[in-house]
Design a protein. Structure first.
Length: 507
């Protein structure tokens, strides 16, 4: 059964059950069983609320990116909430106060139902006397209106097309971000939804807003990266210093290459952390970055440099997800006021990394600068969604553990990096050959490449695979292929040579 057919069947059954429960409730009204009439009316309202939850859960079940998040179907208050709140979406402003009002109303219905459905030791009157006929009639009227609205919503006749799927996925990414989610509740966003009168048009407008914001941050960061060395008369005045600490299970951190890097990098300064695998990164940010966008601007700096360092070193660097629960940075300083700021925003990993670790050397650090320049030039453009796939893959690699196995999702994300970066579908017979031509200078032989890429292609095409065959070994191999490809693209970009092929670690 297709997802659309599954949803339509589920919806029809919910509506049928809601109507039957409502009819039974009306028959019991003023017949000495008002408590049962109230319960049946509440049950009917829950069935209506389940329709949205069912649609949402079906959409989430098809995700392979590790971000699937379903709503429990046995949560009575949530089902009542979705039934009550549904008609107001896009008609009136959605505020936290409004959401809280609907939540409290749903909770009140559920609590009144429980209070009148079960006899308690403290009861002194029959249960039927606990519910007034007016309360039952009010609830019945609400259910009738919502039932009529739900019938007008129609069937889901087809699966989302590619554009709608992308809109839906990007909207879910927005709602996953605390800062962006807060914007959804703003007066400006809610007024826009009411004005446009279309959820799809509203999402497009939101995406345009956030894309413009990201592009502005990208341009600001590019200006910062390109500014003259310290001491230049045209230098932009520094205002903020942001510090992050990242860890590496693949590299040891030594002071000498960091010092060499720092001599040529006025904006990004590196130093050893408290352990042999910890790297401290300090970003100096300019005065024209105002406090309202400081978090987003710093987050963009940090994410892209961490991604660049992963590519350049062909290892793994990421935040300490055991400790970094509320914010991505260690400290932010206002350099002018010599004061520390706190802007709050947020798990456990234990991966079986190779015991033989490399030392992060000066060449890899200089390559990281080349890669971050490339990322900044192409970030957030239609042709380079692979940067986002790479960042998502890194995040999953950091969060995967024995309790949350994400090998399949990581393999899918890193393969998406290769597929989108090569601009060819996996069904293209030349895809593997073209890719291997680029990677060959780094790989001792092709056997493992064929095995890992074949596994990823089968996963992409929905062919049966043994989940146990996808381990961190395969994931890390695929990440390594992504690193080589992105390093090659960065080199081509810097040298304006679209045909360059690297061999070994080349600068």
């Amino acid at each position: 059964m297709t997802p659309a057919a599954q949803y339509n069947t589920f919806r029809d059954l919910c509506l049928q059950n809601a109507e039957e429960a409502l009819n039974a409730g009306e028959l019991l009204l003023n017949k000495g069983s008002n408590h049962l009439a109230f319960h049946l009316s509440a049950l009917a309202l829950e069935e209506i609320g389940k329709i949205f939850i069912g649609w949402y859960n079906i959409e989430q079940s098809g995700k392979t990116d590790g971000k699937s998040l379903t709503i429990p179907l046995d949560d009575h208050v949530k089902k009542l909430f979705w039934a009550i709140w549904g008609p107001s979406f896009g008609v009136e402003k959605l505020t936290r106060q409004q959401m809280e009002k609907y939540k409290q109303f749903a909770l009140a219905i559920h609590n009144q139902r429980l209070d009148s459905l079960y006899t308690d030791l403290a009861d002194t009157v029959p249960l039927a006397q606990k519910v007034a006929a007016t309360d039952v009639q009010t609830l019945i009227d609400i259910v009738k209106q919502r039932l009529a609205d739900s019938r007008l919503e129609g069937d889901f006749t087809q699966q989302l097309d590619e554009e709608d799927t992308q809109l839906f996925n990007r909207f879910m990414e927005i709602t996953a971000s605390p800062e962006k989610r807060a914007f959804l509740f703003s007066d400006a966003a809610q007024e826009k939804l009411i004005t446009l009168g279309s959820f799809k048009a509203w999402v497009r407008d939101l995406l345009s807003h956030f894309d413009a914001q990201d592009n502005k941050l990208k341009e600001m960061l590019k200006v910062e990266l390109d500014k003259p060395p310290i001491g230049s008369k045209t230098q932009v005045k520094p205002k903020w210093k942001l510090r992050i600490t990242i860890l590496s299970p693949t590299h040891l951190i030594k002071a000498q290459p960091l010092n060499e890097f720092n001599q040529h990098s006025p904006i990004i300064k590196l130093s050893k952390g408290g352990t042999k695998n910890a790297l401290i990164v300090d970003f100096t940010l300019p005065k024209f970055i105002g406090a309202p966008i400081l978090y987003g601007y710093g987050w963009l700096n940090a994410r892209l440099y961490v991604a660049a360092l992963n590519v350049a070193s062909r290892g793994f660097f990421f935040w300490n997800t055991k400790q970094d629960t509320y914010k991505f940075y260690d400290k932010i300083w206002d350099l002018e006021k010599n004061a520390e700021l706190s802007i709050r925003l947020a798990q456990e990993i234990k991966l079986d990394w190779p015991k033989a670790q490399q030392t992060l050397d000066a060449q890899e650090l200089h390559l990281s600068r080349m890669v971050v320049d490339y990322f900044m030039d192409v970030y957030n453009t239609p042709d380079t969604v692979f940067v986002q796939h790479y960042l998502h893959g890194l995040a999953m690699l950091a969060k995967s553990d024995i309790h949350l196995r994400l090998e399949v999702q990581m393999l899918a994300h890193f393969f998406n990096v290769l597929e989108t970066a090569m601009k060819k579908g996996s069904e293209n017979a030349d895809f593997k050959d073209d890719l291997f031509t680029i990677l060959a200078g780094f790989l001792p032989e092709r056997t493992n490449f064929e095995c890992v890429i074949g596994l990823a292609i089968n996963l992409k095409n929905g062919k049966p695979i043994d989940a146990e065959s996808i381990t961190l070994t395969e994931v890390y191999s695929l990440k390594n292929y992504c690193d080589i490809l992105l390093l090659t693209y960065a080199y081509r970009h810097r040298n304006k040579d679209d045909g360059a092929i690297l061999s070994g670690i080349t600068e």
